[in-house]
Design a protein around this ligand. Structure first.
Ligand code: NAP
Length: 266
């Protein structure tokens, strides 16, 4: 039977979206709620913003909780999964979205170990161990017949393959996310957990606000076949599509949401 974008489930599916107080994660949380999900809205420091997302979801008829957690830490990751299970009783989806840019955007020759450690802990170590933890929970829930399948979506970046020498740590961490996605996809397929990478291009958010002028100019010059900024909602729609199970014979797949940036052109 073909899957549809709207989630069909006897119980409301539940998703954790890391870094969903603002930007792309916020749009993902709201789009999932519109598709019938209950959502754990994770934030790092902006509690006010996370609570606003929770109230938007409630207005849409969904349930949501705001959970403060630094995904770079094991205590933060434990808090996220435990709060989700305590509030909703199960878990169907993890979206590893939280991420930070390279602090100070320093040239490669000036890059510091402190920046490397922070970026790798937040953008790679955290997502990997949170995926491990959520996968264990999903396997256990599935063994008890509570859920039928699970989905993990990792939000990477065009920086995984497009070099920016003032953000080396960010680029390297995002590049590693592709192998992380493949490893998880390989290991978890037998447990009916499908794993995907969503690869955004240049998207309007607080993260890219400081480089707005630079990219306005690059878009006007034809940086991408679709000559404009991407919107957080456009990334969110890709996540909802993947979570729907419509691509049920695909796993480890990368979905580019980048206005065609990945196409080599001459
Ligand atoms: P953003 O506007 O800067 O928002 C970042 C979000 O992550 C916020 O909700 C923030 O929480 C949260 N966060 C930051 N550090 C965290 C931590 N240690 N633990 C938990 N949450 C944390 O970023 P964005 O542009 O939406 O980017 C979202 C993801 O897309 C990132 O992985 C980014 O690398 C990726 N991406 C973005 C673009 C782009 O053009 N914007 C392009 C490609 C990929 P608080 O509100 O509490 O600070």
């Amino acid at each position: 039977m073909p899957a549809t974008i709207q989630v069909q489930s006897p119980q409301r599916p539940v998703g954790i979206v890391t870094g969903s107080s603002r930007g792309i994660g916020r749009a993902i949380a709201l789009a999932l709620a519109r598709a019938g999900y209950d959502v754990t809205v994770n934030y790092h420091s902006r509690r006010d913003a996370a609570e606003e997302v929770v109230s938007e979801i409630e207005k849409l008829g969904g349930r949501a909780i705001a959970v403060a957690a630094d995904v770079a830490t094991s205590t933060g990751r434990d808090a996220l999964t435990q709060a989700t299970l305590a509030s909703f009783g199960h878990l169907n989806l993890l979206v590893n979205n939280a991420g930070i840019t390279s602090p100070g955007r320093k040239d490669l020759l000036e890059a510091t170990e402190a920046s490397f450690d922070t970026v790798f802990a937040t953008n790679l170590k955290g997502p990997f161990f949170l995926a491990q933890q959520c996968a264990r929970e999903m396997i256990e829930l599935r063994s008890r017949g509570v859920i039928e399948r699970g989905t993990i979506v990792n939000v990477s970046s065009i920086s995984a393959y497009a070099a920016s020498t003032n953000r080396a740590d960010y680029c390297m961490a995002k590049a590693a996310m592709q192998m992380m996605t493949w490893l998880l996809a390989d290991r978890l397929a037998g447990d009916n957990i499908l794993v995907y990478e969503v690869c955004p291009g240049v998207i309007s958010s607080d993260m890219t606000a400081p480089v707005k002028e630079k990219y306005d100019k690059l878009f006007a010059e034809g940086l991408t076949p679709i000559r404009r900024w991407g919107e957080p909602e456009e990334v969110a729609d890709a996540v909802v599509m993947l979570a729907s199970g419509v691509l049920r014979y695909s796993t480890g797949q990368r979905i580019d949401v980048d206005g065609g940036f990945h196409i080599r052109r001459v």
